[in-house]
Design a protein around this ligand. Structure first.
Ligand code: ZN
Length: 474
């Protein structure tokens, strides 16, 4: 690989921004210097004048080629190219344990799907769906294989849902080896009854997806997961927090000193439940779980980000076609595949509507979308930062570039876009993956297979306070 110098840009970290030049060699950031410092180096020079130089985003929450009843979400091939062009250089995807199979089999299946088919680097979580003694015993081996985060679904009864005993046991076992438990917090038992009641009474339209998953369903499960984590003294990470009440549960537990952390997603910040009421069957495009909430929750989530209740943003990218796939639920909302897209546009949306409209700083954007995800998922400092020795995953971001999001011009594979019609001001202009120029003037120039599996390390950021307490230090 040729030596490269990114010059004249504004380098952004979670704590500051400064003008500097970056020397890239052998896939990593070799040195960071003052303007012109590397002028004499024999290198390819990339001029970042007027651009922000930010670490490639780390999307900790994606579902590529994920089995959903009778179908699969969009594959690595399309979605990781879309991710790259949007400024994401690492994803952490959820490998799902099939019933009766081992964790290692799930990891192998996911690696087989990803290897040679991914444009960007990836790491894995594993979703445990079928626990027994052998699986408990396998948790340390998953950690040794570089998979240190364990996802448990408290929703999707008769599919991926686990019971409280499973949640308790996995929390306990994973803590022994520095693993982090992540939960999808919704009460799946009650959802399943509500869905039956509504469908039987002829209420089958997409909007009833949200009605049968009220926010109390999410708040209760969040509270329960936090309580079980407290009993086991394990850290816990609540994914896709959708509104005020579940965020409040996290806030309360954190104020009590518990190691509880949370993520929200761009769609909860920018979309609301009115999208589920679009005419005809269009609302199906916006069926995801937890569901989109009333608009008033958006400000509560911004507040929860600002006050540190929530530490990260992930896309929960799990994309299906409207035609054919979403249409499986035309007569019954409970059969609509759950999920939407966002990986191509999330940084643009967060910059345009977060930094420019909500007074969020670009430093905070970097923290939420790169540094903190890498820290919690055991990938830091290899990923999530521009520091000497880190992978040269770097985005040159043009803060003024305008466009309107349209499904017809997107790279994502699906036939619609969550953010259709939103106007954008700010986009990735160049993207480097371990020093390779993979997006040039907002066009993808890399090739599939460039992405590598990245092992995550145990005892990520969720353990920082726990270790401190163990030492008796306040
Ligand atoms: Zn998800």
């Amino acid at each position: 690989m040729t030596t490269k110098v990114i010059k004249n840009g504004i380098i952004v970290t979670p704590v500051h921004q400064y003008k500097g030049d970056i020397l890239i060699e052998d896939e990593i950031v070799k040195a960071i210097g003052k303007k012109g410092e590397f002028a004499a180096v024999k290198a390819e020079f990339i001029d970042a004048d007027g651009l922000y130089v930010i670490p490639g985003a780390v999307d900790e929450h994606t579902h590529m080629s994920m089995p959903s009843p009778d179908t699969y979400s969009m594959p690595w091939e399309t979605e990781t190219i879309a991710a790259a062009v949007g400024g994401t250089t690492t994803i952490v995807d959820f490998a799902i344990q099939e019933k009766g199979k081992t964790l290692t089999e799930a990891i192998d299946t996911w690696k087989k799907n990803a290897n040679n088919n991914t444009a960007i680097d990836y790491s894995l979580h594993i979703a445990i769906t079928d626990l027994n003694e052998d699986i408990i015993a396998e948790i340390p081996s998953a950690v040794e294989q570089g998979v240190t985060t364990f996802k448990l679904f408290m929703a999707y009864k008769d599919d991926k849902m686990v019971d409280d005993a499973t949640l308790y046991r996995v929390l306990k076992q994973s803590k022994e080896v520095g693993g982090l438990v992540m939960v999808h917090a919704e009460n799946g038992d009650v959802i399943s009854i509500l869905q039956d009641e509504y469908v039987k009474s002829g209420k089958t339209e997409p909007f009833y997806h949200a009605i049968t998953r009220p926010i109390e369903i999410e708040a209760e499960a969040t509270r329960r997961a936090i309580a079980l984590a407290n009993i086991t003294d394990a850290p816990i990470f609540i994914v896709h927090v959708s509104g005020e009440e579940p965020a409040e549960e996290i806030r309360k537990a954190r104020m009590n000193g518990q190691a509880v952390f949370g993520e929200t997603c761009p769609h909860y910040l920018f979309l609301d439940d009115s999208y589920l009421q679009l005419p005809g069957f269009e609302g199906a495009k916006y069926v995801c779980s937890p569901p989109l909430r009333e608009k008033t929750h958006q400000q509560k989530l911004w507040n929860a980000i600002a006050d540190g209740t929530l530490q990260t943003i992930g896309t929960d990218h799990c994309s299906f076609n409207y035609k054919e796939q979403k249409h499986r639920g035309i007569d019954d909302f409970s059969k609509i595949p759950n999920g939407g897209n966002g990986i191509e546009n999330w940084l643009q949306m967060l910059y345009s509507y977060g930094v420019k409209k909500e007074n969020m700083t670009i430093e905070k954007l970097v923290e939420l979308t790169a540094t903190n995800p890498a820290k919690f998922m055991g990938l830091f400092p290899k990923k999530g930062t521009i520091s000497v020795g880190s992978d040269a995953d770097i985005v040159l971001f043009d803060p003024n570039k305008k466009h309107t999001i349209k499904a017809e011009t997107q790279l994502q594979g699906s036939d619609y876009n969550f953010y259709e019609g939103f106007t954008i001001e700010g986009s990735a202009q160049h993207v480097f993956l371990r020093g390779e120029h993979i997006v040039k003037d907002d066009k993808y120039i890399g090739h599939l297979g460039q992405g590598q599996f990245i092992e995550s390390k145990p005892y990520g950021a969720a353990y920082d306070s726990i270790r401190t307490n163990d030492k008796g230090v306040v």
